[in-house]
Design a protein around this ligand. Sequence first.
Ligand code: IDP
Length: 164
Amino acid sequence: EAEQEIDFFFPQEQTLAVIKPDAMEGHKEEILGEISKGGFTISHLKETVLTREMAEEFYREHREKPFFSQLVDFMCRGPCLMLVLTKENAVEEWRAMMGPTDPEKARETAPQSLRARFAKDVLENTVHGSSDQQHAAEKIHFIFGDISADSDVLNEADVVSPPL
Ligand code: IDP
């Protein structure tokens, strides 16, 4: 019941965050540290190498874009870390931590952001975050299935290979 009272005053929101293959190679721990400092709760996480089909489906909104096949190649290149982040205003706050899509712009306008600090270019830009609550719900379901009945606190059963 105490939990319900907290939710009443501070409604919790979920977003899907992804640490992309470029960042898995050297910045995973640092990004997880920033997520924790940012006050997000990680309720689910899993490290996966996406298949082409999954990456195409994940980014289907972009299928007509000229960079679509590059984007799919990049996302399948190595493991990604998928995370469900919970916090008040999580969607917007995680987007703010990520910074703008293009790291050159990020370095000008949001030098503390993850993309400003770690991203190589507009394609290999370190992290993904849902753009609104509808997308968050859709992509969380796509990656993790139905988690609506799960607790917001991570338990071991949610950690699908390999643990951190
Ligand atoms: P977002 O990730 O900041 O929401 P979107 O426009 O939704 O940006 O693009 C999805 C992903 O597609 C980007 O994160 C990036 O990896 C890639 N991307 C976006 N624009 C370009 C581009 O102009 N060239 C190559 N890749 C791009």
